[in-house]
Design a protein around this ligand. Structure first.
Ligand code: ATP
Ligand code: MG
Length: 234
């Protein structure tokens, strides 16, 4: 089953209507991206700096609206939603993992993991939460604050947090970008386990080819366009 689809997705930056020396040049950050992701798939999007990776992730996650084109998540055309509806949809259906972890410094590990679900007015599924915490090896750390954790541990908390709401899709932008290569491999291992054990769909952005090899499929982006999709590996 297809869980995510982009159709003719374009994002242009710069104001063409502006006159004079201040006129910003037009940047075609995304220039017609068609991507389809199956439920449970772990896809890596690779490309050089400035190729449009983060822009693609922002569009897929409904963090910003495209110039043209569609994004469907779990069968929903997300840009047909009004901003406040989109905020709720995003909270429930999309998990984000960023390079900088984005944990709340005054909350402990347990509270950080539970936060998005609680903000949505729900009570976290305790059993599922325990399973996630165990799978990510965070049992000993649940009472610690983020600044008492290593980078790799902080990113594992961010993975746990993204998983808890059972989102349709997790979007990760350079999740290992702040980590050394050994820790990057560890965190990737946890992402992989997450995708296998919880059948969690993940789209991960990276410029690191070695890291990308751990995904089921690699998609390449150049100048805002996808180039030759590699065959899905078994
Ligand atoms: N808000 C913005 N306004 C104008 N141009 C932008 C904006 N955001 C991104 N761009 C431009 O769009 C292009 C794609 O940027 P994007 O951030 O998607 O690249 P990236 O592949 O994520 O790069 P990196 O690997 O360095 O993170 C770049 O040329 C960038 O300068
Ligand atoms: Mg980027």
């Amino acid at each position: 089953m297809e869980i995510l689809k982009t159709e003719g997705l374009k994002k242009y930056y710069g104001n063409m209507n502006q006159k004079g020396p201040e006129k910003a040049p037009l940047v075609k950050a995304l220039d017609g991206v068609d991507l389809s992701v199956e439920n449970g798939e772990f896809v890596a999007v690779v490309g050089t700096s400035g190729s449009g990776k983060s822009t693609l992730l922002h569009m897929m996650g409904g963090l910003d609206r495209p110039t043209e084109g569609r994004v469907e998540v779990a069968g929903k055309d997300i840009f047909s939603l009004m901003d406040d509806e989109l905020t709720i949809f995003r909270r429930r259906k999309i998990g984000f993992i960023f390079q900088s972890y984005n944990l709340v410094p005054v909350l402990n590990v347990y509270e950080n993991i539970a936060l998005p679900v609680e903000l949505d007015g729900q009570r976290p599924d305790g059993e599922y939460m325990d399973r996630i915490i165990k799978t990510l090896g965070l049992e000993e750390k649940i009472h610690n604050l983020p600044n008492q954790l290593s980078g790799g541990q902080q990113q594992r908390v961010a993975i746990a947090r993204a998983l808890l709401s059972k989102p349709a899709i997790i979007l990760a932008d350079e999740p290992t970008g702040n980590l050394d290569s050994k820790t990057s491999q560890d965190v990737m291992g946890f992402l992989k386990v997450t995708s296998d054990k919880f059948r969690q769909t993940i789209v991960m952005i990276t410029h690191n080819e070695e890291i990308a090899q751990m995904a089921d499929r690699i998609v390449r982006i150049e100048d805002g366009k996808l180039v030759a999709n590699k065959e899905r590996r078994q």
